[in-house]
Structures are given as C-alpha cells and as structure tokens.
Design a protein around this ligand. Structure first.
Ligand code: ATP
Ligand code: MG
Length: 224
C-alpha cells in the first residue's frame, strides 16, 4: 500500500505584484521500504515539494495523503503531532545541539516525539540506534569533537530514533566528501529496507542515484 500519495499539488508564491506557480500539479506515490530520489535543476521546486509532503508548509491546492488521510484538511496541531511522531528529517548540515552529548540529542528527540518508553528503555533504544549507525562508541561525545560524517550519522540516528514511517532528506550528503557520502547513502538505504521506512531524498549528486529504488526528475515545477 502507498504510504504517501500526492495528487495534483500546486504551490503559488506571491512575489510583490507577481503570482508565481512553483509547483504545477505534482503527482506521485511513495511506498514503505523504498528510497525515492528527487532530482532536478536548482529552483525546480524539489525542496518546496519535500517540505509540503513533510507538512512544513501547506500546498496551495491538491492533496497530500498520508496513511489514507489528506494532510491539507488536518489542523496545525494534528500535523505537528504527525511530524513529531511519524516523520524523520535529515538536512544538508547535521544541526546538532552544541551543548548536548550524542546520547542526549537522541534522548531529547524521544521526548519531542512523546515516546511512551521509560527512561531506561529509552537509553537502551538510543544505544541500539547508535550501534546501527556505527556511533555507539561516541555516545558521550559533544558534537564539536565529531567529524562531518560522524555528525551526519548522529543526525541520521536522531531522525530515526522514534521509528518514523517516513524519512525526508534534503541533500543529506552535500556537505560530505565522496567516500563519506557513499557510507551515508548506504546507511540510509539499509535503514529504509530494514525498518521499512518510506524515504524521500533530494540530491544533486548523480553518484547517489544508484542507491535509489525510484528516481523522480523535476523541471520547472513539474515531474518529468
Ligand atoms: N517562500 C517562498 N517565497 C517565494 N518564492 C519561493 C519561496 N520558497 C521557494 N521559492 C521559489 O520557488 C522556487 C523553487 O524553490 P526550491 O527551494 O523548491 O528549489 P530547489 O529545487 O530545492 O532548488 P535547490 O536545488 O537550489 O535547492 C525558487 O524559484 C524559489 O525562489
Ligand atoms: Mg533545495
């Protein structure tokens, strides 16, 4: 079954006097356990589409159906809850909280997602996820002592600690060198499969496309 269905989604921005249509009727569907890559020229609307699917901004028109319900008809509070408990996010930069250790970043995320686990269960969960991304030996480290690739692995752990249904990634490897990019992509791909996550990833990097199950090409606000 499709986890996500996007029907005829349009997005219009008003820049001064001019109305600009940035998304011109987008249709796509995403399934669990599949990694979909979104590619296209700068300004083609990739991040706009990703943030609309993620409930970070509303579409101007169309439907964004998540688990059978149209997000456009949901209240801001309903959307916030879904974002916190069912979605995970990875961005170009890790954006770790500078004064929290690796372990504390993940514990905080469990609180935000309103995890029902007891504290000691949360710690076990955090350890398990850190092992999954190969960072369990650095759980007491502060972000400033980590390399770019290590930070990004912690950011991935933080994005999946609450076992999201959907993972949104906007250029997750753009700040990394080629070797680390491949490691991170392999990690995202494996997590998508083993945890049955629906992953939507924007990338500029042609090399990363070999990891995707589907490639969606955007041009000027449309899917080609
Ligand atoms: N809040 C906004 N107000 C006005 N215009 C916007 C807004 N957000 C995005 N745009 C415009 O929408 C277009 C698509 O932007 P978007 O960020 O989706 O592109 P992108 O494909 O992610 O590009 P890049 O690869 O450079 O990240 C751009 O022309 C951008 O200027
Ligand atoms: Mg973008």
């Amino acid at each position: 079954m499709d986890v996500f269905t996007i029907n005829e989604v349009r997005k219009t921005f008003i820049n001064g006097e001019v109305k600009e249509e940035i998304l011109k009727g987008i249709n796509l569907s995403l399934k669990g356990g599949e990694l979909t890559a979104l590619v296209g020229a700068s300004g083609s609307g990739k991040s706009t589409l990703l943030t609309i699917a993620a409930g970070l901004q509303p579409a101007s028109d169309g439907q964004v159906i998540f688990e059978g319900e149209d997000m456009i008809t949901m209240s801001p509070e309903q959307i916030r809850k879904i974002r916190a408990s069912k979605f995970g996010f990875i961005f170009q930069f890790a954006h770790l909280v500078p004064f929290l250790t690796v372990e504390e970043q993940l514990m905080l995320m469990l609180d935000v997602s309103e995890s029902k686990l007891k504290k000691h269960e949360q710690k076990t969960e955090v350890n398990e996820i850190l092992r999954l991304v190969g960072m369990d030996h650095r759980k007491n480290a502060s972000p400033s002592s980590l390399s770019g690739g290590e930070k990004q692995r912690v950011a991935i752990a933080r994005a999946i600690i609450h076992k999201p249904k959907v993972l949104f990634a906007d250029e997750p490897t753009a700040s990394l060198d080629s070797k680390r990019s491949k490691d991170i992509m392999l990690l995202i791909k494996n997590l998508t499969k083993t945890l049955n996550i629906t992953t939507l990833m924007v990338t500029h990097d042609e090399e990363m496309l070999s990891y995707a199950d589907h490639i969606i090409k955007m041009s000027d606000g449309q899917v080609l």
